[in-house]
Design a binder for this molecule. Structure first.
Ligand SMILES: [Zn+2]
Length: 512
């Protein structure tokens, strides 16, 4: 069996999804879960992009030791320096260096000739090789690059010190057969090809990212890149959980496997979905809510008689469990701590007491406490430590069928000042959001509002997701509470806090 390395870019390419911006704590939480999932490489961000990116890449490199941590850099020396500063404390510092190679990008974006692109690529790889033990080099828009030129530049960067060569389908344009042909061509035309690993990076614009990744594996790629739930620019990246399960189920055909701990897939998927606010479609392969539901009578009958009649993947394989009641108000501190360990939530010992109090308060009001509830409240508590420009003190909303809905809100502002406003709207949420807008004295337009219960039951926690444009910046936010209105207010404030944090640590745009 060949081993295929999994390169996860949820925190870099995935975070480039429209409206997604993860904060420091959220990125760290995802990185820890990716380590449990046992991916081989985590691309933690783009250190030169912003102060915020730098800090989170540095912290992830320091903390995560079970896999290699990498960061993206353009082919400029200052990007490489920033990446080194962020990654140097990692277990195996690895640089992901890229330059565009296609004629479209060379002519319109870089305004460089083929020779100039090769010269820049070689010079920057050599510069980076003096610092980093491992350099991955990517030919941006490789799939629309002339094959002979691609082979030429790949040979040159290998000679300059690159250890992994990535062939990204940056725009999601290639078909499986063509993509496989590129790998075959490179293996036949690049003299030094046996010294390096070949990597596939596919986007899903035409719905072919998984098929393309598998075609690359058949043609000799030994690394596949992608994101959890397939999030990413435009239609997203190859979904790593789909790729890993496809390879596992069809190892008879591909004769290759990953080191991924498949049992962590379900938990990883729901964590990423929760923190990014990007819902997983019910019919999505491997992780969708309906992925294992057999609806037709004929299928149900078959599965009851013999599972394999209609079931090729078992829910247990990806760690899907029945979410039963696990803790209640009589559960003690010991049971609480044990359960957190069992479901893989890392909580420092000095925070257990505080979290146990939060748990008890909720358990008094809510009969059943499931793993989902625990995960939701723990995450919420951890995240409440993030930079908060506005904090919710109280809300009061009046609604009656023949009355004008009115909301009163009290917030604490950046300098701990007390802000109180009241406003009306044609519904409760509108009244609430009009009031919040007045409190913050900045126009916000709501793009999306979604409410979801955490688990089942009338007393379930409410999780609200919003997408809004605040001060010209699109962002998302989420809020958790037992009451839907309080959760709605928290989601709005969370989104605004993210914009204010982003403005403090300005970002530059990147592709790749
Ligand atoms: Zn990409």
């Amino acid at each position: 069996m060949r081993k295929i390395n999994i390169f996860d870019t949820t925190l870099r390419d995935g975070e480039q999804s429209a409206g997604v911006n993860l904060n420091f704590t959220e990125k760290l939480e995802i990185a820890r879960q990716l380590e449990r999932l046992n991916v081989d490489i985590i691309e933690a961000g783009f250190p030169a992009a912003s102060k915020g990116d730098f800090a989170s890449v540095a912290e992830i490199a320091r903390e995560i030791k079970g896999c290699s941590v990498t960061g993206l850099a353009r082919s400029v020396l200052t990007d490489i320096d920033a990446a080194w500063e962020a990654l140097k404390h990692g277990a195996e510092p690895r640089l992901h260096l890229f330059i565009a190679t296609s004629p479209i990008h060379r002519i319109h974006k870089l305004k460089q000739t083929k020779e100039e692109v090769i010269e820049t690529a070689v010079r920057t790889v050599q510069y980076a090789a003096a610092k980093f033990p491992v350099i991955q080099w990517s030919a941006e828009d490789a799939c629309r690059t002339e094959l002979d030129f691609l082979a030429e530049i790949v040979e040159e960067v290998i000679k300059a010190g690159a250890k992994v060569i990535n062939i990204p389908d940056t725009v999601g344009y290639i078909s499986p057969q063509e993509y496989g042909n590129i790998f075959t061509y490179l293996r036949e035309h690049v003299p030094s090809i046996n010294k390096i690993e070949l990597s596939a990076h596919c986007h899903d614009d035409l719905g072919m990212s998984i098929a393309n990744s598998l075609a690359a594996v058949s043609a000799g790629a030994s690394q596949v890149e992608g994101t959890i739930n397939g999030i990413g620019e435009r239609a997203g990246n190859a979904a790593l959980e789909e790729f890993a399960v496809a390879l596992h189920i069809r190892k008879d055909f591909y004769e290759a496997e990953t080191r991924m701990n498949l049992k962590e897939i379900s938990r990883t998927s729901s964590l990423v979905s929760k923190l990014t606010g990007m819902a997983v479609p019910a019919n999505k392969a491997v992780v969708g809510r309906n992925a294992f539901a057999h609806e037709s009578g004929i299928h149900q009958d078959g599965v009851l008689k013999e599972k394999t009649t209609y079931e090729i993947i078992s829910p247990e394989l990806v760690g899907l469990q029945n979410n039963t009641m696990v803790l209640g108000k009589h559960s003690g501190r010991h049971a609480f701590r044990n359960r957190l360990n069992e479901i893989g939530l890392s909580v420092p010992e000095n925070e257990i007491n505080h979290l146990f109090t939060v748990f008890k308060e909720l358990a008094d009001r809510k009969k059943e406490m499931t793993d989902d509830d625990l995960a939701a409240i723990i995450l919420e508590e951890k995240l409440s430590k993030e930079q908060q420009y506005y904090r919710l003190d109280s809300i009061q909303v009046q609604y009656g069928t023949n009355q004008v809905p009115t909301a009163t809100v009290t917030l604490s502002g950046c300098q701990n000042e007390r802000i109180q406003e009241a406003s009306t709207g044609s519904g409760s949420i509108e009244a609430l959001y009009n009031t919040l807008e007045k409190c913050m004295d900045e126009t916000a337009s709501l793009l999306d509002y979604r409410i979801q219960s955490v688990g089942a039951g009338r007393d379930a926690l409410a999780q609200v997701y919003v997408k809004l444009v605040f001060g010209g910046i699109e962002t998302s936010g989420r809020g958790l509470a037992q009451d839907v209105l309080e959760a709605s207010a928290k989601a709005y404030i969370n989104a605004v806090n993210r914009v204010l944090y982003m403005e403090e640590t300005k970002k530059i745009a990147v592709t790749g």
